[in-house]
Design a protein around this ligand. Structure first.
Ligand code: ISJ
Length: 206
């Protein structure tokens, strides 16, 4: 009986996820970003994931057999005030994806890509689809990552609710800009509860 209930709960959260996802793009990311030293990160393992400057796509791939970039949407969309400031008021395409391991959403990523960069600098960004943005950025020696900011997101935050994800703990995220010629791209990544970044909570493949 309890197994039946468990299956129904998973099914309902799965359905909620696909239904919501097709409706909600962009999801936005209403949270406060700070310097890494301004928040105390609860354990070393999580800190290592948050501040790792290498490709997150590659690191996640090494923790699962089946990896997928699930595209939620990519289109010109309004930015928050803080994001506009970060992107020096350039019109941007917003790209939102879920990075999934073994069909479970591990990371929600929201990237801001200046429209003029897509049209004049890196045309391949227009056709990314479900290919990883990280693969493009890390394959180029002329893309330089700037320092991270981090964020702590309460377990009942609207982002998790919209994604249909129940969490027993707060989740963490990071963002950094990549500079390329005179452009900047912003990549923000939120580690979802099942992600291997949460070893102490039994995150996947931790
Ligand atoms: C920056 C990276 O790219 C990842 C892939 C993304 C995408 O395809 O949209 C978005 C953010 C990242 O999580 C990375 O792999 O480190």
């Amino acid at each position: 009986m309890s197994n039946h209930k468990g299956i129904m709960t998973s099914l309902s959260s799965y359905l909620q996820r696909i239904l919501n996802l097709s409706i909600h793009f962009p999801l936005m990311l209403d949270t406060r970003w700070v310097q890494p030293d301004d928040l105390s990160i609860p354990d070393f393992h999580l800190k290592n994931w948050l501040l790792d400057t290498g490709s997150l796509t590659e690191r996640l791939q090494s923790h699962c057999r089946q990896f997928r970039v699930q595209l939620l949407g990519q289109a010109v969309a309004p930015l928050s005030e803080d994001e506009q400031c970060q992107m020096t008021d350039m019109p941007c395409e917003v790209r939102e994806v879920l990075l999934c391991g073994e069909a479970q959403p591990w990371v929600f990523a929201r990237s801001l890509l200046p429209v003029t960069l897509i049209h004049q600098g890196m045309q391949e960004l227009a056709q990314l689809g479900e290919q990883s943005l990280g693969k493009v950025l890390f394959n180029r020696s002329d893309c330089v990552r700037e320092p991270f900011e981090i964020t702590r997101i309460p377990a009942d935050h609207a982002l998790l609710q919209t994604l249909g994800i129940d969490s027993t703990h707060d989740v963490w995220g990071r963002r950094s800009r990549f500079s390329y010629r005179h452009w900047h791209m912003m990549v923000a990544e939120i580690f979802l509860p099942g992600s291997p970044a949460y070893k102490q909570f039994g995150g996947a493949g931790a």
